[in-house]
Design a protein around this ligand. Sequence first.
Ligand code: CMP
Length: 140
Amino acid sequence: AIERTLSIIKPDAVAKNVVGAILSRFEKAGLSVAAARMMHLSMEDAGRFYAVHRARPFYGELCSFMSSGPVLVAVLEGEGAIAKNRELMGATNPKEAAPGTIRADFADSIDANAVHGSDSAETAAWEISYFFGQREIYTR
Ligand code: CMP
């Protein structure tokens, strides 16, 4: 089925100037950009987005890192977009990410891991609505 998923190109990847290289991987895999915006998240923006992780030991670090510089938030659309995006990203920890995945090629650490992607249909719907209104999302 055609799905939508939320992608975030994180501050480390924006700082490395690989936004285009990462978007190109999505497009080459058959996903298309349905919405996109550069943002510099506040600590509070990041905290609410990652609220599901608030009890985890890495929550504070995660929120500081995600608000440390600009990010690109995007909606990706296509056949099986949620799983496809996760395949393209590779494992959360770049040390465990398969060769050729975005995290293997562009990420430095589990915190500075280049990209975020929604992990289920339910999460995707919530994450997309956190950043985008219906009228900001475009289908080809
Ligand atoms: P992301 O997919 O954005 O979701 C939560 C983020 O927390 C994750 O990517 C990692 O960058 C970060 N993180 C830091 N430590 C851990 C950990 N031990 N397990 C999972 N995520 C972690």
